[in-house]
Design a protein around this ligand. Structure first.
Ligand code: GAP
Length: 531
């Protein structure tokens, strides 16, 4: 699939616009247009329905069904700065960046790759930001320029090894930066905290500074006790939140994939430590199934367990659900969601203080005086089981999904071009549950009472479904316009409607048409949305 075509469709049909476009845009920020907002809202609603309000699945543990509840929360974006000290984000949430002294560009250290080229008795690491074939071609072109060779002299360059990450390189004086003409212009990697800083109140000053949340998860942890005390939830249970998160990404790119403002759909699932491995497995598999149920093909989707050295500072087990986005080199996958076994890290650190690793253990960091260095809230966040009389810090399983990455993956998966009767049909094969428009209603021609009848059907269906009325242009063109935005059904009022109160029902994917009575439309649409 050609990504440029999807990006152009998204703009042309009102799915996605660059933020502040009339002022030249702002890198890493996006606006959802009228269709995009419906698509993303449907994805978020499907998630909430399947995981929270309608979640009614049992884990069978030791042969017995284990009930669990799911509740929601909606927390503020700006929270007490101490939250981020205790969560580890203040100290550990950073990427490494390198600057180019020549081009003045900034790169994420782990996203620059390159390969060693030898020519004219010089060995140079030719860097690029692209991977795969594109990366190979780019490094060839850059090497030709650097060594001042013509294209036909390419064989004068010998390559020492494949494309590798800049992380593996130590001799920066031999690196030709991705946008540089001379070697040795990249600075050594430096840490860069990804949290956006802001000022609360009118006084200014360091003590008034706060951060925009880089994840929605912490709002759930700091409200754990509030939820337990104010509801009748019993462990195991989950708290869910959908909301904006902000990260000052060094190199936002690949359309909405890496943005600076994005939406997360997170669950923190609290359980007894002895049951946490089972729940981890449950959520890992359940979340993968959710994507395939909604239409992502398993050939482009993978569930990948993290290696030990890849785990976040808090995690003792993580799996990623990844999708083979078309903008990635063949064989590479991009993360859609992480499912992490966070142990008791978060509740413990909000109780006691910042935790650090000591060998295999997480321990509270102590200051020179032997007291905890960064104090947590000091509140007792343990859970009390009034039946077993046990008091304990629950373990947490966290399925953390990105709503924007999900939306992008569903769009990529749905995009098809096909030749029909000498014409190219562009179609978005979106699952009906997430399609922005469920059905379009047309009068075949604008006479003989057809527009009035079609309008009446439209008005009636609109009370329950997202429907669209279109009476402009040839019927074939109207079908194509709906195919392109993923509308699963087109309903047409024609000459026969006046005689027997039936309409045609045209399926976007099979292109089959059937006649159905007007009174049966709602039921048909309800069935479609259940599928
Ligand atoms: N609470 C855990 C957490 O935030 P994460 O892997 O950093 O984990 C979870 O983020 C999800 O949020 C990712 O899988 C991704 O879908 C989404 N996400 C993270 N950074 C993003 C960005 N810069 N742009 C768009 N989505 C992002």
């Amino acid at each position: 699939m050609d990504m440029d075509k999807l990006v152009s469709l998204c703009k042309r049909r009102g799915f996605l616009f660059q933020s502040s476009e009339i002022y030249g845009g702002l890198n890493g920020f996006w606006d959802y247009g009228p269709l995009g907002v419906e698509l993303k809202r449907n994805i978020k609603e499907a998630w909430w329905q399947d995981m929270i309000s309608g979640h009614n699945e049992l884990l069978i543990s030791n042969g017995a069904p284990c009930e669990h509840q799911m509740v929601g929360i909606d927390c503020s974006i700006i929270m007490h700065p101490q939250v981020w000290k205790c969560s580890g984000h203040y100290d550990l949430f950073h990427d490494f960046m390198v600057d180019c002294k020549e081009s003045k560009k900034r790169y994420r250290h782990d996203q620059v790759r390159g390969r060693w080229a030898l020519a004219k008795e010089q060995r140079v690491f030719i860097a690029t930001q692209s991977g795969g074939d594109e990366g190979l071609q780019e490094t060839e072109q850059k090497a030709l320029k650097f060594f001042n060779l013509r294209a036909k002299s390419l064989e004068e360059i010998s390559w020492d090894g494949p494309l590798v990450s800049l992380i593996t390189i130590t001799d920066f004086d031999k690196v030709l930066g991705p946008d540089a003409k001379a070697i040795g212009t990249l600075t050594p990697p430096r840490e860069f905290n990804l949290m956006f800083k802001t000022i609360v109140g009118a006084m200014g000053g360091e003590e008034s500074s706060a951060f925009l949340r880089p994840e929605t998860a912490q709002g759930i942890f700091v409200n754990f006790k509030n939820v337990v005390d104010s509801t009748r939830v019993k462990i195991p249970f989950g708290i869910a939140q959908i909301g904006k998160s902000f990260r000052n990404e060094i190199t936002p790119r690949n359309f909405t994939f890496r943005s600076r403002e994005f939406e997360q759909m997170e669950i923190e699932f609290f359980c007894h430590p002895s049951q946490s491995p089972e729940w981890y497995k449950y959520w890992r598999d359940r979340r993968y199934k959710w994507y395939t149920d909604l239409g992502l093909s398993s050939s482009r989707l993978q569930l990948r367990d993290h290696d030990k050295d890849e785990l976040s500072h808090y995690s003792c087990g993580t799996a990623d659900i990844e999708y083979a986005f078309p903008f990635l080199p063949p064989g590479e996958f991009g993360e859609l969601e992480g499912i992490a076994h966070r142990g008791d890290f978060d509740l413990k650190s909000h109780m006691e203080g910042k935790l650090v690793r000591s060998g295999d253990e997480l321990v509270v960091e102590l200051g020179e005086d032997g007291k905890p260095k960064h104090r947590g809230s000091g509140k007792d966040l343990r859970y009390f089981n009034d039946q077993t009389r046990e008091r304990f810090i629950p373990h947490v399983i966290e399925p953390s999904a990105g709503a924007d990455r999900g939306t992008l993956a569903f769009l990529c998966e749905a995009y098809f071009e096909e030749e029909i009767e000498g014409e190219t049909r562009v179609v978005l094969r979106l699952n009906p549950r997430i399609a922005p428009v469920k059905a379009a209603i047309f009068p075949l021609v604008n006479k003989d009472g057809m527009p009035e009848k079609a309008k009446a059907i439209y008005g009636d269906l609109k009370k329950e479904f997202a429907v669209y009325f279109d009476d402009g242009g040839a019927i074939g063109r109207r079908y194509r316009r709906q195919d392109e935005i993923g509308t699963p059904i087109c309903i047409t009022v024609d000459g026969q409607t006046n005689q027997d109160d039936t309409v045609t029902w045209r399926d976007r994917d099979t292109l089959q048409q059937k006649r159905i009575p007007i009174q049966g439309l709602k039921e048909e649409l309800r069935n479609l949305l259940k599928s």
